[in-house]
Design a protein around this ligand. Sequence first.
Ligand code: PRP
Length: 209
Amino acid sequence: MLNIALPKGRLGEKVYAMFAEAGYECPSLLEPSRKLIFENPEAGVRYFWVKPSDVAIYVERGAADIGVAGKDILLEYRPDVFELLDLNLGKCRMAVAAKSDFYDDGSRTLRVATKFTNIAARYYASKCREIDIIKLNGSIEIAPILGLSDVIVDIVETGKTLVENDLEVKETILPISARLICNKAAFRFKTAEIEKITSYMKAQVETHD
Ligand code: PRP
């Protein structure tokens, strides 16, 4: 049985469609319910719906053999997992944003509000820019408006949230997309199955490109 952690939400539904297309169907998963675990013994799979930011934890600790996590989470927490494939879904970017009239002249410590403190710290360290990190858990866009921070480091997908809050992208840090990840021990013990599923998923990514 292959245990698969899916990120709850729209991305997870798209990812499940790819697994189903690859032959790992589990029809009960699409029925409306509050259940979180579904299995199809004939196809040899068990799926779990988990919070997107928790997928890597389940996979790293072996509660799931494989799963799908955003590159943002992989870069932020650096879980000890194998990254098997870029699924080319959930595409967005990690960016620095601020009020349009903000200009960083480097004269004082930059106040950076973010959920992604490690990504932000590494980015500014690479630029030798001294910063004061303010860790928030959501609605990051409010911070520069209220003067809590000078800039934010956050995910930008359509850019709508920024526009509607009078902010703009100042720098792009990295492109982000969903990745198929694998537990390291599971890869050793279930190599054939995991390589098979990865190659089926890869074929789909290539046809969708
Ligand atoms: C993310 C991100 C932005 C928004 C960007 O938030 O933090 O707020 O999406 O999307 P857009 O460019 O398409 O407007 P999310 O919905 O993940 O919730 P959060 O506030 O908990 O981070």
